[in-house]
Write a protein that binds this ligand. Structure first.
Ligand code: G3P
Length: 215
């Protein structure tokens, strides 16, 4: 299972990368805006730090413009993946980019049929948003399970990238289902390391060791 960090903050990405938690990066316009720095410069810096795929999202909503934006983004670095929203025009752009050998990540996916269309268009990755479905009282991980089942049934090469992850349970469920990738905010990654018995056990070991040293 691959771990991507969902962030446009280079310092955060470096911290996570040091710990071996970064097989790739996903960004989106909200994360780029929050970061407040130049979009293309930020993507270039991230691509230097990380050897795996780095998703950079287009802003246009017309296929021809999306295609052109995708070509420009793909030129920023070899590991750029063009992120495209799941709209009809987006699927046209995905197909055209695929024909040029450019990798894509189709975002804002909220049901298995949308994911099926991504696979048909030749998308490299598909991003079902689990947290945002949970937020409206639906079951985000049930959607992921169905997508994985459909892709297995037909041997589609498109990778399932679980996005909008809100906590460690989403990650555990994604791993059990066999999702290819999860993209995770840094805070949630850090949360995965935590267990009260780990802290308690370590304190006990060190206390015992120190008592021995005093003899
Ligand atoms: O990058 C896309 C996705 O992970 C956004 O998550 O938390 O804004 O729903 P969230």
């Amino acid at each position: 299972m691959k771990f991507f960090i969902d962030s446009a903050d280079i310092e955060e990405i470096k911290q996570a990368n040091k710990k071996g938690w970064v097989d790739g990066v996903t960004t989106n316009p909200t994360l780029i805006a929050k970061n407040g720095r130049d979009f293309h410069q930020t993507i270039k810096e991230i691509c230097k730090e990380v050897s795996g795929p780095v998703s950079a999202e287009v802003i246009s909503t017309q296929s021809e413009e999306m295609f052109k934006e995708g070509l420009t983004l793909a030129k920023l670095a070899d590991n750029v993946v063009v992120k495209i929203p799941l709209i009809e025009e987006g699927l046209i752009a995905v197909k055209k980019l695929a024909a040029e050998g450019i990798k894509t990540n189709v975002t804002l996916v909220f049901n298995p049929l949308q994911a099926l269309l991504v696979a048909k268009a030749g998308g490299t990755m598909v991003s079902p948003f689990v947290g945002r479905l949970d937020d409206i009282g639906q079951n985000g991980m049930a959607m992921v399970e169905e997508i994985i089942q459909i892709f297995r049934n037909y041997d589609f090469a498109t990778e399932v990238l679980v996005a909008s992850v809100r906590g460690p349970l989403h990650i555990e469920q994604a791993a059990l289902m066999g999702a290819d990738i999860v993209t995770v905010p840094y805070k949630v990654m850090q949360g995965m390391t935590q267990h009260p018995l780990t802290d308690k056990g370590l304190k006990m070991f060190l206390d015992d060791w120190n008592k021995l040293g005093k003899k």
